[in-house]
Design a protein around this ligand. Structure first.
Ligand code: FAD
Length: 417
């Protein structure tokens, strides 16, 4: 029998889980607090094996979702070609993936997908409601009532569900409502991020950056860059975007932190200063300190980026993903917000969805699933830590992070995690 599934949050995790339930024949309603058309932060995302498996199973658009990159090129200080290492990864843009998921979920046409596919046989209904901010949950033995505010009319409303999925991101309301245990902490560094059109940089720099992920290490700081398609799904050379991230150590509550997070209007932000709001003198000062210590292609990227954005890197780590006997679940960033080093946030959301299928088919209990997603998150957290220490830490902190990872693997092997 079809179930009513309410998904809180209509970004990538919400759409992934919404599409899965639609294809499983359930009736799905996504409640998204924001109104109107959604725009990406113009920053790339990793499209890992779980995301690939998910789209193979459920996508009917036939669109190419991502670029494949088969190696990593390493630059050290001003030397651009220190080594090349193998390693496949697929990369894409938030906007393109969002368009593909919306086309499949509720048939929304977009520049990337002007002709969305019709519903497949056996699909349930799919509704995407905007301007609905979820505020409370009431769980009885039979049903769950989701209370929300219609932000257009400023009116409280409610809806009954068999299953509620919290996909409401880093500051998840659902996570608070179920009293999920969560640890939050600042990672000790911020990420400057930017994208620029290939057209704006020299042919040599585009050639240098094409076909692989480029990593640039310098004194306790590192950058990476890879090419992504546009939000409208353009993969053509000359039209693509160069996406870069620069990890930069800043002490919490320091005068420098206040300076970076004070925007053009004088407002101090807690986590993020969006594109267009970063003070140009702050960006120019930070960039000027780094430029003499990095290689030519990365210098050009930073010099030609006039509108970056900056985010404090924080961990938000939760230890339980299933509540009320599996009738309320936390997925994606709402469950655990991963540092962006591996670009694994969407991959985690897809992993949650792929592995939940075993719960929906009665092969695993929600608690077993919750333990599995905990191990998945823990592994990525530890790998992220190694990468962070390699780029921004000391030899001692790097060795410590490797040791933690080895201990984790040993415990995993002997079933003690
Ligand atoms: C508009 C947008 C653009 C983004 N662009 C990029 C990008 O370019 N590059 C990148 O790396 N990452 C981007 N991200 C972040 C990225 O989507 C996530 O890190 C990752 O994909 C995991 O997604 P998520 O769905 O778990 O969380 P999020 O993407 O954070 O989505 C959470 C969603 O829940 C909604 N929500 C929160 N609280 C409530 C509530 N109480 N009621 C109803 N809805 C609620 C939010 O409005 C949001 O849409 C973007 C996120 C958004 C929302």
């Amino acid at each position: 029998m079809s179930k009513t599934v309410i998904i809180v949050g209509g970004s990538l995790a919400g759409l992934i889980h919404g599409l899965q339930h639609k294809r499983l024949g359930n009736n799905v309603i996504i409640l998204e607090q924001e109104s109107g058309e959604r725009h990406s932060h113009h920053a790339g995302i990793g499209f890992g094996i779980n995301a690939q498996e998910f789209l193979r199973k459920y996508d009917l658009t036939g669109l190419t979702p991502a670029f494949a990159s088969h190696s990593r090129r390493w630059a050290y200080y001003t030397r651009p070609n220190v080594m090349n290492t193998k390693g496949s990864i697929q990369l894409t843009s938030w906007g393109l993936l969002n368009s593909i998921l919306r086309a499949n979920f509720d048939g929304l046409a977009s520049a990337a997908c002007p002709n969305p596919p019709p519903a497949a046989e056996g699909d349930g209904s799919a509704t995407y409601l905007t301007g609905k901010r979820v505020t409370a949950l009431q769980c009885t033995k039979e049903t769950i009532t989701v209370n929300y505010v219609d932000t257009h009319a400023d009116r409280p409303e409610s809806i009954e569900a068999d299953l509620v999925i919290g996909a409401d991101g880093v500051n998840s309301t659902v996570r608070q409502l179920v009293n999920a245990p969560v640890t939050k902490r600042y990672a000790g560094y911020v990420a400057w991020r930017g994208t620029i059109s290939e057209k704006l940089v020299s042919k040599e720099t585009v050639e240098y950056l094409s076909g692989h992920v480029s990593l640039q290490f310098s004194k306790r700081t590192y950058l990476l860059c890879y090419i992504i398609p546009t939000d409208t799904g353009n993969f053509e050379p000359g039209e693509r975007l160069l996406n870069w991230v620069w990890y930069y150590n800043v002490a919490d509550d320091s005068p420098e932190m206040t300076d970076i997070f004070t925007d053009v209007t004088g407002r101090l932000h807690h986590n993020n200063v969006s594109r267009g709001l970063v003070r140009s003198e702050v960006w120019e000062r930070c960039r000027a300190e780094l430029l003499p210590r990095i290689s030519g292609p990365f210098q050009e990227l930073l010099q030609k980026t006039s509108n970056p954005f900056v985010t404090k890197i924080r961990d938000a780590i939760c230890t339980t993903a299933s509540f009320y006997d599996g009738r309320v679940l936390l997925v994606g960033d709402a469950y655990t917000t991963l540092r962006p080093h591996l670009g694994a946030a969407t991959e985690q959301a897809a992993f949650h969805s792929n592995t939940l299928e075993t719960v929906y088919h009665g092969k695993k209990t929600p608690e077993e699933w919750s333990s599995g997603v905990g191990r998945f998150a823990q592994r990525i957290i530890l790998i992220n830590k190694i990468i962070a220490e390699l780029g921004t830490g000391t030899v001692f902190s790097l060795l410590k992070s490797i040791l933690f990872y080895v201990v984790f693997l040993i415990k995993l092997k002997f079933g003690r995690n």
